[in-house]
Design a protein around this ligand. Sequence first.
Ligand SMILES: Nc1ncnc2c1ncn2[C@@H]1O[C@H](COP(=O)(O)OP(=O)(O)OP(=O)(O)O)[C@@H](O)[C@H]1O
Length: 357
Amino acid sequence: MSFELRASLRARNFDVSLSLADGETVAILGPNGAGKSTLLGVIAGLLRPDSGTAKIGGRPLFNLDGGTRLWSAPHLRGTALLAQEALLFPHLNALDNVAFGPRSAGVSKAAARESAGHWLAEVDALPLAHRKPAQLSGGQAQRVAVARALAAQPELLLLDEPMAALDIHAAPLLRRVLKRVLKDRKAIIVTHDVLDAYMLADRVIVVEQGRIAEAGPTRQVLERPRSQFAAGLAGLNLVTGVISGEGITTPDGRVFAGQHDPEWSPVSGQAGVAAFPPSAVSVFLGDVHGSPRNSFAATVTDLEPHGDQIRVRASTGSSAPALSADITPAASADLGLVPGMDVRFVVKAALVSVYPA
Ligand SMILES: Nc1ncnc2c1ncn2[C@@H]1O[C@H](COP(=O)(O)OP(=O)(O)OP(=O)(O)O)[C@@H](O)[C@H]1O
């Protein structure tokens, strides 16, 4: 059964439509305040949109269009929301926390405990069954919370940054467990981590300012980004414009020469992007001789170590996106780079990928 949503909530400048096929896991990425938690809140029934509809299969979760005012309560939606913190009942042990859902649904105590044991085993937490939440680490508690969510047999699982509150040692284990349990399950996972998107999601949706900025298969979005946010995650510079010849022309008339990505068959005149890694950018003082094509005046805004390189961020105009260059510490010292300095950025055309926006 597929999931379909269309919702708009003016007070949060939120307007999103999306659908999920059966068994599909989608990662929601986006900057702070983009509307990711709002999306989960609307689906789970914690936030009421002004208008829109949502349904799982033929079953409506809400319908607020026209004069209709259909609104089903959170616990009747067939959705389960897993938050950053496990939020277990402190007075119940892990087994009874997981059994709570089935018990509330009218299942006998013995059957609910048997089901709880099954789900604890699914998340590699059966040995923790008799511990109270206070005796669990953050990662263990989060695994128990996953078991509790699954025990309710949700048709759609909602995960709001489930790894965010965990330390770097606990996150990989939970990620492995999620990889197993999300397989063939409908789920929406909000995350800030590209690794989660690669490991857990079939598809990625980038939300910016309450709208979907781009969407597509995970690999495509992260390797051929079309939004500034996804480009940032992928560690690429992104310039938008109109495809012209082998490159693109920006709205302020600059030409970025590049290579057409043949898989995407870009056509001159259509909206396009040029993406290139900071390592494709060299920094010079003064005029540059040779081909002037990919040479731009830039003002250094900030410098920071990046691996064994220095990442130089620079503004190339008030309406143009900031660009980054990676150069060696020796080159940075030789050029005497400091924020505020005027330089030239030269981008190697052979390393610029051009594809439709
Ligand atoms: N309780 C609230 N009351 C009013 N506005 C809110 C509330 N919570 C969030 N907002 C606003 O709604 C918009 C979307 O916020 P939301 O929390 O959904 O973003 P997010 O993408 O989940 O951000 P983050 O990554 O920081 O968690 C923002 O403009 C935010 O300021």
